[in-house]
Design a protein. Structure first.
Length: 466
């Protein structure tokens, strides 16, 4: 249901949706103790020891300007970045995490997005962390959150939706009529911004010739890929046509042979808007199970295509920037579960082979390193109760011994896993040591846990957190 606020904003100030929503959220948190308590309950689901915070909007800090900050006195403890349909800036999330890392106490970067963008924004944010060499470890998502990871930079990075945040505030402010009225106004604004309604085009966007240039560029890339495929006899276009409609530009091709399946390749605007990630898509117009097998056979990517239950087509993301590493997102829960079990089984077999070839702790620690890990005080990771482990921080211990320990782990460890992420591990005296993979000179944390608390052990014994 619309409101006067949402009507005026969408009619006259739609380009300022994010700023207006941020100011409205800050006003609610500043004017209502109960709503602020609800926000703190959400944040303490990430960091239980987070103190009561004062929320302020868009304070500039050199090259970054978070939408909203949570302050404990003069200390910044939380950045809240609010999004509707704008993309991530060059500084997000990496520079924001580095900025928060300067605080000695636990900190949080929280990103709030529309429900329809949860997965696309999270994928892109994690990709940027990987590119920057910032390691992550998954955390259990508590009520009000969609995703959360502990980062090697220090702060926790979490993502949620506007709908979840507002539901949390409404529950906390159930007896505050004024706050509920304000939250209802903000919800209407968010609903209007999230809708499929026409978004007015600004003068800057009309004159920005990079937009048509981008569409022409990816269209040309698609066409060139098809021509190479025909030349190399990978695909056939005989008797098949090009297709252009309001939502897609591309053509049909098929693989050689009598049973070679056909598919569509091109720029799909609706799927690009829905999933993000890439404008280029392959569509296999057949049953999900059959198409998954065909994708595995002809594209050499394994049975990991994206099945659309609504159209019966298989939507496969193909990004020129990631080449064969293009990501697919499985929306069939049964197919996803099967794929996960197959991946886990494959990983266990591979890991068992590695164990037979390279025994753990094959090169023992030097005496001074063994004394270092024994005498140093390790800090328990309170923010990851589902994954009990300890850590030491480079600038709080002997740096020379810290660096030698990291180098020993890297040189004499073995490849382990934390879910899909490969991690170099090293075993000593019943404990498993690891870092998150950044270059030695940039590594600031060494972690350790008991062997029965590792991902591999818990996967094998069915004790992974749910």
């Amino acid at each position: 249901m619309g409101t006067v606020l949402s009507h005026i904003v969408q009619k006259r100030y739609s380009q300022e949706n994010e700023n207006i929503a941020t100011d409205a959220l800050a006003y609610i948190l500043q004017s209502s103790d109960s709503a602020r308590a609800g926000m703190m309950r959400l944040l303490r689901g990430i960091v239980p020891e987070m103190p009561d915070l004062e929320f302020r909007t868009q304070l500039s800090d050199d090259s970054i300007r978070p939408d909203m900050e949570g302050h404990d006195g003069c200390e910044r403890r939380v950045y809240v970045e609010n999004k509707f349909w704008a993309g991530l800036t060059d500084n997000q999330p990496c520079e924001y995490l580095r900025s928060l890392a300067g605080c000695a106490a636990p900190t949080i970067l929280l990103m709030v997005v529309p429900e329809a963008r949860e997965q696309a924004v999270w994928r892109e944010a994690l990709r940027r962390l990987e590119v920057e060499g910032i390691g992550t470890a998954s955390l259990a998502a508590t009520d009000g959150l969609v995703h959360a990871v502990a980062t090697e930079a220090g702060p926790v990075f979490a993502l949620t939706s506007w709908a979840r945040v507002l539901a949390t505030l409404e529950l906390a402010a159930a007896d505050d009529a004024g706050a509920l009225s304000d939250i209802a106004q903000l919800r209407a604004l968010c609903d209007a911004a999230d809708s499929e309604a026409f978004i007015p085009i600004s003068a800057t966007e009309v004159t920005d010739q990079r937009i048509p240039a981008l569409i022409l560029q990816v269209g040309g890339l698609m066409q060139a890929a098809v021509e190479v495929g025909v030349t190399e006899e990978i695909v056939i276009v005989d008797g098949l046509r090009t297709v252009a409609s309001w939502d897609r530009i591309g053509r049909y091709v098929r693989f050689p042979g009598e049973a070679g399946p056909g598919f569509w390749i091109g720029v799909h605007l609706c799927l690009w808007r829905k999933h993000g990630g890439t404008p280029l898509w392959l569509l296999f117009p057949s049953g999900p199970g059959d198409a998954r097998r065909r994708c595995a056979r002809y594209s050499n990517r394994g049975p990991n295509a994206t099945a659309s239950a609504q159209s019966g087509e298989v939507e496969t993301m193909w990004s020129p920037s990631t080449s064969k590493r293009a990501r697919s997102e499985t929306r069939s829960s049964a197919a996803s579960s099967t794929s996960s079990r197959q991946s886990a089984t494959s990983w266990r077999r591979r890991h068992q082979r590695q164990e037979r070839q390279m025994p753990h702790d094959c090169v023992p620690l030097a005496d001074d390193l063994r004394e270092f890990i024994t005498s140093t005080r390790w800090t328990y990771a309170k923010t990851m109760p589902l994954w009990p482990h300890e850590y030491i921080v480079r600038d709080r211990v002997d740096e020379g011994l810290f660096v030698r320990l990291v180098e020993h782990i890297r040189a004499h460890g073995y490849e382990g896993r934390f879910y899909s992420k490969p991690i170099t591990c090293y075993d000593a005296d019943g404990m498993v040591y690891w870092t998150m993979g950044a270059p030695v000179e940039e590594t600031v944390i060494v972690n350790r846990c008991r062997e029965d608390a590792t991902f591999e052990y818990r996967l094998e014994h069915g004790t992974l957190p749910r």
